[in-house]
Design a protein around this ligand. Structure first.
Ligand SMILES: Cc1ncc(COP(=O)(O)O)c(C=O)c1O
Length: 421
């Protein structure tokens, strides 16, 4: 079914509410002018991070930079002073601003973007809403994230479709882009309807060649009918805000990410992007309250929510644009390379994340001989360095440089790891 405003009003039965929500007045924009975001020291000054620590676990949850925090504060005050008028007067414009800023940053059309609360919510909505027959199969890889695996399991139990899981590579020490692409394509059979991938694995820091996989899937799909097309779903949360690819260049069909990690958007925010050619293979699960045309509107879950957080997503995309996508990518790769090369020279350290920029982003996983990963994190903490462990069956110590870190901080981290010998 094509998603039009008319069938939204009919199916959702929300004619009155939607009409009301469609009223709009301009809100005074809380977008502060950020000065000097082309200077990394100034970038750091926009974060309220405790200066006592070296923060190297930013992949978990964002600290809100100043423009995001002040937008949250402004919307919260507006809602507290007059919830009804603030909502009625500003909601439509604020949601449009979020989707437009996100679309500019991502290099896509705003109508193809749905706003969610997290990567997990986006993953569940896409997989749950997928049109699939009981005789079809969903192909996943061993290192995809828990939320993807669990959503596939739920979908299989509801539809009768099956899940096939394959390892994407033999050994992280020898993995190559070609090996991952070939393995994935070999895993596809005549019944495959969905392929899932995780752009950057939080378990090892490995970056998966999404664009190359998409190219191969194009070939696979050449002679398939619409209902048998292999659709490509990507959890992109640890590539977004690190890599500078436009989503259209990645070539996947569905891309989901939380924006409360590398993007520095408010905690509890994220999005789904659906490629225009294939997006109608996924239909909504949660009724939307977002008036307006396009698949992205229908896919945006309704219900009243912590609006001040959703609306302040706009400032996070603006903040990244002002830092410059390419500059952020170069900075994060440079800090990560410095860390990986330093670790790779230590005899008592085993580095799992590939050094190659094509095979890694800004997550770095390693072991220290004779120490459990949790003990490594605990020892670093005594030096005010914040690291994390990977929460998987085989666990590693993990460091993730952010735009607020400096080369000097990386050197200090390396010194303390060297001292663990
Ligand atoms: C690959 C991956 N996807 C999804 C998530 C969960 O993200 P969210 O909290 O946005 O659902 C994580 C956790 O950090 C993750 O590592």
């Amino acid at each position: 079914m094509a998603w039009t405003r008319r069938n939204f009003l009919l199916t959702a039965g929300l004619g009155t509410a939607a009409g009301t929500l469609a009223q709009s007045n301009a809100v005074s924009q809380p977008t502060a002018q950020h000065k000097n975001l082309n200077n990394w020291r100034e970038v750091r000054a926009h974060f309220n991070l405790d200066p006592k620590y070296i923060h190297m676990a930013g992949l978990l949850l964002a600290s809100h930079p100043a423009p995001v925090q002040s937008a949250i504060d402004q919307h919260r005050d507006g809602l507290d002073q007059n919830p009804t008028h603030y909502l009625y007067d500003h909601r439509q414009d604020l949601v449009a601003e979020v989707r437009n800023n996100a679309a500019d940053y991502l290099g896509v059309q705003s109508n193809d973007l749905a706003l969610t609360d997290s990567t997990t919510m986006g993953t569940a909505l896409v997989i749950n809403g997928l049109s699939i027959r009981p005789d079809q199969e969903m192909l996943t890889t061993t290192y995809d994230y828990y939320s993807t695996h669990t959503s596939l399991k739920y979908k299989a139990s509801r539809t009768g479709a099956t899940v096939k899981e394959i390892p994407l590579y033999r050994d992280i020490q020898t993995v190559s882009e070609d090996e991952m692409v070939e393995t994935l394509v070999k895993g596809i059979g005549p019944k495959t309807r969905l392929v899932t991938a995780t752009w950057v694995h939080s378990s090892t820091g490995l970056k998966v060649p999404i664009a190359k996989m998409s190219e191969q899937l194009k070939q696979v799909n050449q002679n398939r009918s619409e209902e048998d097309q292999v659709l490509f779903f990507v959890d992109g949360v640890h590539g977004l805000g690190v890599e500078d690819d436009a989503l259209t260049d990645l070539g996947c069909d569905f891309f989901v990410a939380g924006t409360h990690k590398w993007m520095f958007a408010p905690r509890g925010s994220g999005f789904i992007w659906g490629k225009p050619e294939t997006q109608n293979a996924v239909t909504p699960t949660i009724p939307t309250f977002t008036g307006g045309a396009g698949w992205g509107s229908w896919m945006t879950p309704g219900g009243f929510k912590s609006f001040e957080h959703q609306w302040a997503m706009a400032q996070a995309f603006g903040f990244h644009q002002q830092m410059g996508k390419k500059r952020v990518t170069q900075r994060l790769h440079s800090l990560s390379r410095q860390l990986k090369i330093g670790l790779s020279k230590m005899k008592h350290v085993k580095l799992y994340t590939p050094i190659d920029d094509n095979l890694s982003a800004a997550i770095i996983c390693f072991d220290v001989e004779g120490l459990m990963p949790k003990a490594v994190v605990a020892k670093l903490r005594t030096h005010n360095i914040i690291a994390s462990t990977t929460p998987y069956d085989v666990s590693y110590a993990r460091l993730t440089p952010g735009v607020y870190n400096t080369p000097d901080e990386i050197d200090r981290v390396l010194k303390h790891i060297r001292d663990l010998a």
